[in-house]
Design a protein around this ligand. Structure first.
Ligand code: GLP
Length: 249
């Protein structure tokens, strides 16, 4: 099922596999239309199926050789060799399985001494390249990347403290809550917003409330992803369980 609300297109898939296939089709379409696309990529559990579907498409001929990627965020500090780093995640789930040129892969480094300089350099590199399509998941509290609820929309790539709710949500990936990094480097809301197209994926009943708030509630930095209501080209791909509270669906 597909519905348009102004600049927002909502596609409701039957289940997670359908969501993943749909999101992968959209990304593959972007690559077909512009083989040297700059893709903004995301981590979290939701895009894993999308990456799996993209790997299958690559096996069938989808060419990543001219693609440039910029990931949204990375824990800080963290070693790239740590199996919970987002660099590790991206290698495992996508980069090791497609023909992207390693020189064209960009993820903020959690290993540097100077986080501020790393963020400024990352922002500058994105400004030069531009983002053709940004893939997004969403946190339970409405965060995109690691832009946590706060009193303003952070503009550029920055060093941030994670909300306790995010630390708790991500504890499932670590041995204990104490092991979850408390900080991250993340694209800002302004960085994400300059992407020409936004593709958000959300799955499961746990995301139903935040979906409604994000796209039909007030635009507020307390729900950071709500800013997407102002973006000219947003596609939201959800499964049925995440769509139950969406207005007009
Ligand atoms: C992390 C990432 C976000 C992601 C969120 C949701 O906090 N920084 O980019 O959207 O997790 O993850 P999940 O897809 O597992 O619900």
């Amino acid at each position: 099922m597909e519905k348009k609300f102004g600049n927002l297109k909502i596609i409701v898939a039957a289940d997670y596999d359908g969501l993943s296939a749909t999101a992968a089709d959209i990304i593959a379409g972007q690559i077909a239309a512009k083989p040297d696309s700059v893709l903004g990529l995301a981590t979290g559990s939701t895009p894993i199926g999308t990456y799996r579907a993209l790997v299958e498409k690559h096996k069938a001929g989808l060419d990543f050789s001219r693609i440039t990627s910029f990931n949204l965020d990375e824990y800080f500090p963290i070693k790239q060799s740590n199996d919970q780093s987002y660099m590790y995640f991206m290698r495992e789930n996508l980069f090791a399985h497609v023909n992207i040129n390693p020189a064209n892969i960009n993820i903020p480094s959690g290993e540097v001494a100077d986080a501020k300089a790393e963020c400024a350099a990352y922002e500058a590199k994105i400004a030069v390249k531009g983002l053709d399509l940004q893939l997004l998941g969403v946190g339970n509290n409405g965060h995109i990347g690691f832009n946590e609820p706060c009193d303003f929309f952070p503009k550029t790539t920055h060093h941030t403290a994670l909300a306790q709710s995010t630390i708790d949500a991500n504890a499932r990936f670590f041995e204990s809550t104490d092991d979850v990094p408390k900080h991250a480097l993340t694209m800002g809301i302004g960085t994400i917003f300059q992407a020409k197209r936004i593709l958000m994926v959300a799955s499961g009943a746990g995301k139903a409330d935040i979906m409604q708030k994000l796209f039909f509630g007030p635009i507020t930095p307390q729900v950071p992803g709500s800013i997407l209501q102002l973006h000219p080209d947003v596609t939201l791909v959800v499964d049925k369980d995440a769509a139950t509270k969406l207005e007009g669906i």
